[in-house]
Design a protein around this ligand. Structure first.
Ligand code: GDP
Ligand code: IMO
Ligand code: MG
Length: 424
């Protein structure tokens, strides 16, 4: 059997958690391959909203294994908090989850470095979630990092102290940044104790073994393609490969093992944190999308910047990921508009472009819009795409034609049940 991948095509928060949860019954394993607690994946069912940061979104289903892959970075403090939140629901997380020995650990000093770096950048800050993501991946590629497997060795504390020493040396260059490490360490070591009791192993061997047995794996992306370290709006990106290729390095599965790539996008566009956003609406319409879409960060609570859908960016994301099918989210949010705008091209210095320029930040980009009729009616109770208003069907068909990939799922509300299959 092969691996299917589900990932975001915009700047994150597309609704990945919801769709992974909906698709989980079709799989044996759900595996996160990159990112860490910067992610906030929301699942809603039975009137309850759950937000997951590191734990894969298949955790609420019985008989499904959830893998935290080697490409993920784990903060033991946040991980412990997530597990505590699952306890009232009787989730057997010990049976349902395995963690890669090769996943890197976020230390309290990584979080401090993240905050110090952002403070020093001032108005040029990335708008990081301040979870220590950048510094942890820097230590990974710098070959200084601590991995989950290290916590089972006798030299763990020694290695920890060495790395902290290095971090404190860097923090000396930020005299304006104040911190008290001693208040952060107890929770970290408590989290490490919990991790020691969980099922930690070489998950790449486990996954390849399951694939050989014919089991089905869904890889769950975090963030989105436009936040990818290589192909996103650099430097306003995260520090991992959020794209399909990240599945191979972040789980240890070969490219030949990948089958479907499900790209997920909102019927409009949002971004949280700093950086370019060509279709951003700084007016009442943007505020309306934010309010109706409840666009507030699942991890940080920050208001998300909102705007119309951006086809040049989406086409690029479809290409980079080799997307084979699409899920369109939050169609219900656009119900408030008589007319919906779609950015079809960018105008830069009087010339038209179909793709994002190298320096998206410096370029004066004017989005070129096509106006399409809105559906202007409540979609949240819709049970089938056949009963959908003509304008919604036309919007979906238009996007399919432009993106050259079928939209197989249309989401009309946050709940598991508000998910429509679009048959072709
Ligand atoms: P993720 O990071 O990609 O998993 O997405 P988030 O959970 O950060 O953000 C998506 C938000 O939209 C969450 O609050 C979801 O509950 C909500 N959501 C998902 N799909 C829909 C939808 O179709 N309609 C509406 N109104 N909300 C949705
Ligand atoms: P999910 O998985 C939206 C953004 C941050 C910031 C930039 C870098 O829920 O879609 P980082 O903390 O990674 O150093 O921040 O990336 N960012 C996200 N935006 N959704 C996410 O995850 C994000 N994870 C990081 O806001 O602009
Ligand atoms: Mg999110």
């Amino acid at each position: 059997m092969k691996v299917d991948v589900l990932l975001g095509l915009q700047w994150g928060d597309e609704g990945k958690g919801k769709i992974v949860d909906v698709l989980t019954p079709e799989y044996d394993v759900i595996a996160r391959f990159q990112g860490g607690p910067n992610a906030g994946h929301t699942l809603e069912f039975d009137g309850i909203k759950h937000v997951l940061h590191t734990i894969p979104s298949g955790i609420f289903h019985e008989n499904v294994m959830n893998v935290v892959g080697n490409g993920v970075v784990i903060d033991p403090v946040i991980f412990q908090q997530e597990i505590e939140k699952l306890k009232p629901f009787g989730i057997d997380f010990r049976q349902r989850m395995i963690i890669s020995n090769k996943a890197h650990l976020i230390l309290p000093t990584h979080r401090l470095l993240d905050a110090a770096s952002e403070q020093a950048k001032g108005k040029n800050k990335i708008g990081s979630t301040l979870k220590g993501i950048g510094p942890t991946y820097m230590d990974k590629t710098g070959r200084n990092g601590l991995r989950v497997g290290d916590i089972f060795t006798s030299r763990f504390k020694e290695k920890y102290d060495q790395l902290v020493e290095k971090h404190l040396g860097i923090l000396k260059h930020h005299p304006e940044f104040e911190f008290d490490l001693s208040t952060l360490e107890p929770a970290f070591f408590e989290g490490i104790e919990l991790l020691r009791t969980l099922n930690c192993r070489d998950t790449e061997l486990y996954l390849n073994d399951l694939l050989k047995q014919g089991k089905k794996v869904l890889a769950e992306g975090a963030q989105g393609t436009l936040l990818d370290i290589d192909f996103g709006s650099y430097p306003f990106v995260t520090s991992s490969n959020t794209i399909t290729a990240g599945t191979c390095t972040g789980l240890g599965v070969a490219p030949t093992k990948i089958k479907s790539v499900i790209g997920i996008f909102k019927a409009y566009c949002t971004r949280v944190g700093s950086g370019p956003f060509p279709t951003e609406l700084l007016d009442e319409t943007g505020e309306t999308i934010c309010r109706v879409g409840n666009e507030f960060g699942s991890t940080t609570g920050r208001a998300r910047r909102s705007g119309w859908i951006d086809l040049p960016a989406l086409k690029y994301a479809v290409m980079i990921n080799g997307v084979t099918e699409l899920s369109m989210m939050k169609a219900d949010v656009l119900s408030v508009f008589d007319t919906i705008r779609v950015c079809t091209q960018y105008e830069i210095d009087g010339k038209l472009f179909d793709y994002m320029p190298f320096d998206l930040d410096a370029a004066e980009i004017k989005p070129v819009y096509k106006d399409v009729p809105g559906w202007n009616c409540d979609l949240t109770g819709l049970k089938s795409m056949e009963d959908a208003p003509k304008e919604l069907k036309d919007y979906v068909a238009y996007l399919e034609k432009e993106l050259e990939v079928p939209i197989t799922v249309v989401s009309v509300g946050p709940d598991r049940t508000q998910t429509l299959v679009n048959k072709h």
